[in-house]
Design a protein around this ligand. Structure first.
Ligand code: SAM
Length: 182
């Protein structure tokens, strides 16, 4: 499955760390595109690119002014659009629904996941195919995205996996730290 992430409403300096973490979760779960709206942040782009350079994966990062343009273009290109919000339907209900399963069942399915920061504009709820809640309680976009992507990828990324183009990798050890240069 091809996974893209759209992060809305990035604010400097407030969201510097959280948006970076949203991107880290995206890469670790195999997303290939990270688009953010709100304020342009070249240091966010540099730090995400540097993580990808060292640890591998193929996550690209770019800024876009218009979230609706991103959503509409992705829909035109066959992406299923899922917005994470505490107001949505329970995530397992969404992912298990016939309409979602039928659109995400093949290896070449495409998914755009939207995560907010500040108040999410109301048209995002309408433009999205699904509005999914990871519990109907307020919590963190980083946690919501991690749990959502873990479900979507059916826990596959929790197995020992290395990214093909990594320069360094961790050799899992019971105690201590072991990093290997490739
Ligand atoms: N106050 C904002 C609003 O009214 O939409 C939400 C702020 S929240 C910290 C930032 C983002 O985290 C949300 O836009 C949503 O993407 C995600 N989020 C927070 N709680 C969530 C939940 N229970 N399920 C899914 N996503 C959630």
């Amino acid at each position: 499955m091809e996974i893209s992430i759209l992060r809305l409403g990035h604010r400097l300096p407030r969201d510097e760390r959280i948006t970076t973490h949203v991107a880290l979760v995206s890469r670790a779960f195999g997303a290939t595109e990270f688009i953010y709206c709100g304020q342009h942040d070249s240091s966010l782009e540099k730090s995400v690119s540097s993580i990808v350079d060292n640890w591998g994966g193929s996550l690209s990062v770019r800024h876009e002014k218009s979230y609706s343009k991103v959503i509409n273009e992705h829909k035109k290109n066959g992406f299923v659009v899922c917005h994470l919000t505490m107001y949505g339907l329970p995530v397992l209900k969404v992912l298990g629904s016939e309409s979602c399963v039928s659109r995400l069942k093949t290896r070449d399915s495409k998914l755009l996941v939207i995560v907010g920061a500040e108040q999410v504009p109301s048209d995002v709820y309408q433009l999205s195919d699904f509005n999914a809640a990871v519990t109907n309680q307020p919590h963190s976009e980083v946690a919501a995205l991690g749990i959502f992507l873990n479900e979507v990828t059916q826990h596959r990324m929790l197995e020992e996996k290395d990214f093909a183009n990594a320069k360094i990798k961790i050799v899992p050890t019971e105690k201590g730290k072991n990093i290997e240069k490739l």
